[in-house]
Design a protein around this ligand. Structure first.
Ligand SMILES: Cc1cc2nc3c(=O)[nH]c(=O)nc-3n(C[C@H](O)[C@H](O)[C@H](O)COP(=O)(O)O)c2cc1C
Length: 127
């Protein structure tokens, strides 16, 4: 898993929000790839990320509710922190929210998220 992660120029993760955080299987994946001596080192100056290429990470989340500016969003800050620990700072998020708030809100949110994903792909392809 670490080899696969390191080999990728771009990593795209699609995850639902579960209980304000990441699902247990995604946490298990994090626990596989965030390993001392492989993706980060412990030095006299503290932790040092060993992922030194210009890797991009895109995290697409789906959520029943909405967490804009909410302290209950434990996904984005956690994932930013954990990827920064291993040396990846180019981390983008696209959230499809309000999926449990009725069909209209759900469809609107999904179509908006699809548009933002297309923009992300176009920007990436042009870079
Ligand atoms: C165990 C579990 C916990 C969940 N916790 C949250 C949560 O904390 N916040 C939230 O907005 N949605 C939560 N949801 C809703 C999921 O995020 C939502 O089901 C998922 O994004 C996929 O949408 P869909 O099931 O409508 O296809 C939870 C769903 C499950 C099954």
């Amino acid at each position: 898993m670490i080899d696969e992660f390191l080999a990728a120029q771009v990593c795209v993760f699609g995850i639902p929000m579960y209980n304000y955080g990441v699902p247990a299987n995604f946490k298990a994946y994090i626990d596989q790839i965030v390993r001392v001596g492989r993706t980060f080192a412990v030095t006299a100056n503290g932790y040092e990320g060993l992922v030194t290429d210009d890797k991009k990470i895109l995290v697409i989340t789906t959520r029943g509710g909405s967490y804009k500016n909410s302290p209950l969003d434990f996904q984005e800050p956690y994932l930013k922190a954990i990827f920064e620990l291993i040396g990846v700072t180019d981390v983008s998020f696209i959230h499809a929210e309000n999926l449990a708030m009725g069909d209209e809100a759900r469809q609107q949110s999904l179509s908006q998220a699809r548009q933002v994903i297309q923009q992300f792909i176009a920007t990436f392809a042009a870079s």
